[in-house]
Design a protein around this ligand. Structure first.
Ligand SMILES: Cc1cc2nc3c(=O)[nH]c(=O)nc-3n(C[C@H](O)[C@H](O)[C@H](O)COP(=O)(O)O)c2cc1C
Length: 330
C-alpha cells in the first residue's frame, strides 16, 4: 500500500484518481475505480441541472465508496453548480474557471455541505489562487495530458506547484499511464496521480471501440495542441489549449480559424456523424501523450492495482539499491 496525505485525507487505499472526463466517465468506470480503492470522479459538464441527480444516483447504485463529481467552472451555470453540490459527493472537482468567477465563494458552498474541493491548474499562479480560495487538494496538470491543458510539462509543473501550495496535497496529471509515472510523481512531491487517457482504454469507459483502439495504436506523437477543435465546437475556453488526435479533420483545418468559423455548422454536423460511425480520422478526439504507454484495454480496477504494484516495486526494489550502491562506493 502507498499511503500519502491524499489517501489519508480521503480515507481511500490508493493515491489514484480517475479524471472527471465528462462524456466518458460512465457510472461503471467511476464505481470501478472507487471500488478498487482509488477515487472515481464523474464529469458532469455535459449535464444540465435537471439531469444531475440521476447521473449521480447511477454511480451510487454501483458503489458505496467515496467518489467525486467534476465541473468545468467556465461552463457551469449557478443551478448546475448547486445541483452537483446538493448531490453530496465526497469531492467537488473543478477546473478552468473564468477570471470573474469567485472561487472562494464556490469552494465555500462546497465546504458548507461537508465536501472536499479538488481544483486542477495548469500554472503556479492558478495554484496559488486556488489555495488562497481554500482548495483542499490541487491537481497540477501538465501539457502532456489529453483534453484541455496548459503549456508547461508535467515534470516541470508538479514540483513548482508542490512548493507553492505546501502543505496542501497535490496530485499530478498529464501523461501518467503506469506505475513508473506514479513513482516518479511521488518523487516530485505529489501525493497521488490523476489519470484520464489511461482510463479511456478500459472496457468501462464510455467511448466507442474504434476510439479506444486508436489510443492503443498511438505512440503519443499523433496528438497536437490546437484551438481548431474548440473553434469547431464553439466553446470559448478561458486560456486553455486542447490536446487532440492529429487526424485528417484537424490537419485539414489547421491555420484556417476563419474558415472553420464560416463552415462551422456543417463541419459540426459532419463531425457528430463521424463520431457516431466511429470514424477516427473525422472526429474530434482527446487523448494525451501517455497513450504511447498504453497497449491493451484493461479493466479499470486492474489499472488501479497494476499502477500501485508497479510503483511499489520501483520504490522498494529498484530505487533503494541505487542509493545503497552509491554509499558503498564512497
Ligand atoms: C477525453 C477527455 C475528457 C476530459 N474532460 C475533462 C473534464 O470534463 N473536466 C476536467 O476537469 N478535465 C477533463 N479532462 C482532463 C483531465 O482532467 C486530465 O487533466 C487529463 O486527462 C490528464 O492527462 P492524461 O490524459 O494524460 O492522463 C479530460 C481529458 C480527456 C482525455
Amino acid at each position: 500500500m502507498i499511503k500519502t496525505r491524499f489517501t489519508e485525507l480521503m480515507g481511500i487505499d490508493h493515491p489514484i484518481v480517475l479524471a472527471g472526463m465528462s462524456g466518458q466517465t460512465s457510472p461503471e468506470l467511476v464505481a470501478a475505480v472507487t471500488n478498487a480503492g482509488g477515487l472515481g470522479i464523474r464529469g458532469l459538464s455535459d449535464k444540465t441541472a435537471d439531469l444531475i441527480p440521476e447521473a449521480v444516483d447511477a454511480v451510487r447504485r454501483l458503489t458505496k465508496g467515496p467518489f467525486g463529481l467534476n465541473q468545468l467552472l467556465a461552463f457551469a451555470e449557478d443551478d448546475e453548480i448547486r445541483a452537483v453540490l446538493d448531490a453530496q459527493p465526497a469531492v467537488y472537482s473543478t477546473a478552468w474557471p473564468r477570471d470573474n468567477q469567485d472561487l472562494k465563494a464556490i469552494f465555500e458552498m462546497a465546504h458548507d455541505r461537508g465536501l472536499k474541493v479538488m481544483h486542477m491548474v495548469p500554472t503556479v499562479a492558478d495554484a496559488v489562487q486556488a489555495a488562497a480560495a481554500g482548495a483542499d487538494v490541487i491537481v497540477a496538470q501538465g501539457t502532456d495530458g489529453g483534453g484541455h491543458i496548459g503549456l508547461i510539462g508535467t515534470v516541470a509543473i508538479v514540483p513548482q506547484v508542490v512548493k507553492a501550495v505546501s502543505p496542501i496535497p497535490v496530485l499530478a496529471a498529464g501523461g501518467i499511464s503506469d506505475g513508473r509515472g506514479l513513482a516518479a510523481m511521488l518523487a516530485l512531491g505529489a501525493d497521488g496521480v490523476l489519470l484520464g487517457t489511461r482510463f479511456l482504454a478500459t472496457p468501462e469507459a464510455a467511448l466507442a471501440d474504434p476510439f479506444k483502439k486508436a489510443i492503443l495504436d498511438s505512440d503519443g506523437t499523433d496528438t497536437i495542441v490546437t484551438d481548431v477543435s474548440d473553434i469547431l465546437m464553439g466553446g470559448e475556453w478561458p486560456g486553455a489549449y486542447a490536446r487532440v488526435a492529429r487526424n485528417r479533420l484537424i490537419e485539414r483545418w489547421l491555420g484556417r480559424p476563419n474558415d472553420v468559423r464560416r463552415h462551422r455548422e456543417q463541419l459540426l454536423a459532419d463531425m457528430f456523424e463521424a463520431r457516431k460511425r466511429g470514424d477516427v480520422q473525422e472526429s474530434i478526439l482527446y487523448w494525451g501523450q501517455g497513450a504511447g504507454l498504453i497497449d491493451e484495454i484493461t479493466p479499470a480496477a486492474r489499472v488501479v492495482t497494476d499502477l500501485v504494484a508497479e510503483a511499489e516495486t520501483i520504490l522498494t526494489e529498484r530505487l533503494p539499491p541505487l542509493v545503497a550502491r552509491k554509499a558503498a562506493t564512497r
